[in-house]
Design a protein around this ligand. Structure first.
Ligand code: SF4
Ligand code: SF4
Ligand code: FES
Length: 392
């Protein structure tokens, strides 16, 4: 049945205006536009520009969530103006007014336009092209379908910068390579035609602003309008670096991850007091001493507030129950790790026998871990956010 559209309604847009060249401070500017509710916030901005103030600056091109140029913050959240309905944006606020600001972590050029050079320089940083293996085949590379499925999610990026806008690590450390560029890095690390996977991983692990500079805040996962799951791609880079190439980096990322896993294995729940010293090889390891000394102010505060006691920190018993240990034993006993790409779903037209699998993109095995559905992975990319790993 054909969709019936509602008649035009009034929507009030409150836009952040700023022209650095004017010397004036940023200010809020309000306009009311009249459009059908399913129209986009971008269309609202363009109507305000056409009818009320031609000086409103916004960057856009495709108007179809493809070119990535209309990234802004809408009601405080990063996203694409052309991919956000006016009615949804309006309903999300208490007073119905849609608030539009430029993206964060990048300097404002004018109004809603930011300088994307910050983003592009980080993309350049990860060598965003294939360094092919030699010899180059006479006709074409033949690669396993699973390998390409694995990198499809990172290939969906449209370089809009929404993830960069709200990356908390980048806010603290502007040098952090960041979610979009690291997702791009996985696109080549995971490509079996690339000859430099190990070199790329050593570089990204050893860089203090590299893969171990991400704090798992999930903000980039929520922000991405194309389901790229940048944090998931960073975790894949870490798994490749740590588990496949055993890159023991100078940033302590590799040792910290292993200390974390061992900590859970021994205690069932994370025992924070052990984590830092274990990451440096144990409480009495020479590497741990300077770290513990530099953490003394935080430790003193925690003791003063009763969050930790010296007895608890030093003499607690390790008490992971047998179920937790059983999980680790099951995982450790497996010979191969599968990277499951839940971004991909659909039907394999080549094989009727796979139809049943394809209808269920992911399923739980007898042991409770997800199992990949036959060759459904060849199907159509959908805008999911998931990608996951199981040891299998
Ligand atoms: S998960 Fe990592 S990369 Fe993503 S926004 Fe948070 S800190 Fe940045
Ligand atoms: S990963 Fe997503 S949010 Fe980040 S630049 Fe690419 S499409 Fe935009
Ligand atoms: S205008 Fe192209 S993504 Fe919005």
């Amino acid at each position: 049945m054909a969709e019936t559209h509602k008649p035009p309604e009034d929507f009030t847009l409150r836009m952040r205006r700023y022209d650095p060249e004017s010397g004036d401070a940023p200010y809020w500017d309000e306009h009311t536009v009249k459009l059908e509710p399913h129209r986009s916030v971008l269309e609202g901005i363009l109507q305000a520009k056409a009818r009320f103030d031609g000086s409103i600056a916004i960057r856009c091109s495709c108007r179809a969530a493809i070119c990535g140029s209309c990234g802004v913050r809408i009601n405080g959240e990063p996203g694409l103006a052309c991919h956000t309905h006016l009615d949804h944006a309006s309903q999300a606020t208490a007073d119905g007014v849609i608030e539009i600001e430029p993206m964060g972590n990048m300097p404002v050029i004018k109004d809603l336009i930011v300088d994307m050079d910050v983003h592009w320089s980080k993309i350049q940083r990860v060598t965003p092209w294939l360094i092919n293996k030699e010899p180059v085949p006479e006709r074409e590379y033949i690669v396993a379908r699973e390998s390409m499925v694995d990198i499809t999610q990172s290939m969906a990026c449209i370089q809009c910068g929404a993830c960069v806008s709200d990356c908390l690590s980048m806010e603290v450390d502007p040098d952090f390579i960041g979610p979009a560029a690291l997702a791009k890095a996985y696109r080549f690390v995971g490509d079996p035609r690339d000859d430099q996977a190990q070199e790329r991983l050593v570089d990204l692990a050893q860089d203090p602003a590299g893969i171990y500079d991400c704090t798992h805040c999930f903000k980039c996962v929520e922000a991405c309008p194309k389901g790229v799951n940048p944090m998931g791609q960073i975790m894949r880079l870490r798994r490749r670096a740590g588990s496949d190439y055993h890159i023991n980096d100078d940033n302590n990322g590799y040792r910290h991850e292993h200390a974390f896993v061992d900590n859970i294995k021994r205690n069932g729940l994370l025992h924070e007091a052990d984590l830092l010293p274990d990451s440096y090889g144990g409480k009495f390891h020479p590497r741990a001493v300077p770290e513990l000394l530099s953490s003394l102010p935080a430790i003193t505060k925690a003791v003063a507030r009763g969050k930790v006691t010296p007895r608890k920190a030093l003499l607690h018993e390790h008490k992971a129950d047998k179920h937790v240990r059983a999980y680790f034993d099951t995982i450790d006993a497996r010979e191969e790790r599968f990277e499951l790409n839940l971004y991909i779903s659909g039907y394999d037209e080549d094989s009727q026998s796979n139809d049943a699998d394809a209808a269920t993109p992911i399923s739980a095995g007898d042991d409770g871990t997800p199992s990949a559905p036959g060759s459904s992975s060849q199907g159509v990319a959908s805008e999911g956010t998931g990608s996951d790993t199981v040891e299998g």
